[in-house]
Design a binder for this molecule. Structure first.
Ligand code: MN
Length: 256
């Protein structure tokens, strides 16, 4: 009578679980409850003036959202391992100094020279890594061939002659970073656009240049798919720039 066990189980399941519609509502309430719990957990324990740790948020899109230009495996490793490691390194250093914990990772990276010397290297490397990547995840989205919009489109045309002129300069900067680093489109204190490179995880914020666009050219950003062919990765990157977001950010920055 082995079937009887199954029958009892099935009867039990049928009797205990609500109707199909109720089940959906029931499952929905579990999801809503988890979200509410996660929101509570995400709140800083000591309010807005409490410690400002580097927090790894999930990517705002699926890991495979940038395929085929940036592969899902790279995104998993890059976000879940490398980014997490920068956040951990930053938090470890920040927790040694209450004054550092009281400011955001971005503010500390921007004010690097005024930090205690004992933590400057850790904040420069891990803090820079955290803020650079946080910025990077937010500007990625498949764009179906779109380009810059509005004020940014005008500023790029004025500075580089055309979007193609910008791409030539930006590509060159990204291709020629020696070793690990980033290429950026930045906005200086005078609101002038510039293309620049940083090495390792140095942030342009340290020089008071606000990033508008950035490309990570560390090998971990592309090696699984492109191996040593960095120029192919840089060319593919133009397909995953969220120009709505980048152009919107530019418009906000020039108003500030
Ligand atoms: Mn990276």
């Amino acid at each position: 009578m082995t079937r009887a066990v199954g029958s009892i189980k099935e009867t039990f399941v049928e009797n205990e679980l609500p109707s199909r519609t109720d089940r959906r509502e029931f499952l929905g309430s579990i999801v809503a409850g988890s979200v509410a719990a996660a929101t509570l957990l995400a709140k800083p324990a000591q309010g807005a003036d409490g410690p400002q740790l580097a927090k790894v948020e999930p990517l705002p899109y699926p890991y495979d959202a940038l395929e085929p230009y940036i592969d899902a495996e790279t995104m998993h490793l890059h976000h879940d391992k490398h980014y997490q490691s920068y956040a951990d390194g930053y938090n470890k250093a920040a927790q040694t100094q209450p004054s550092i914990l009281a400011a955001s990772p971005e503010a500390n990276v921007a004010n690097l020279a005024s930090l205690p010397e004992s933590v400057q290297t850790a904040i420069r490397n891990s803090g820079g890594g955290f803020v650079n990547h946080k910025f990077f995840w937010a500007l990625l989205k498949k764009n179906n061939g779109a380009g810059p919009k509005g004020e940014l489109a005008k500023a790029i045309d004025a500075k580089f002659g055309s979007f193609a002129g910008f791409q030539t300069e930006f590509t060159k900067a990204a291709a020629t970073v020696f070793g690990s680093g980033w290429a950026w489109l930045t906005l200086g204190p005078d609101n002038a656009l510039a293309i620049e490179q940083t090495h390792n995880q140095d942030s342009t914020l340290t020089a008071k240049h606000r990033p508008v666009l950035g490309i990570d050219v560390w090998e971990h950003a592309y090696y699984l798919k492109y191996q040593n062919r960095r120029p192919e990765y840089v060319a593919a990157f133009y397909n995953v720039i969220d120009w709505d977001s980048v152009s919107g950010r530019y418009a906000e920055l020039i108003k500030a």
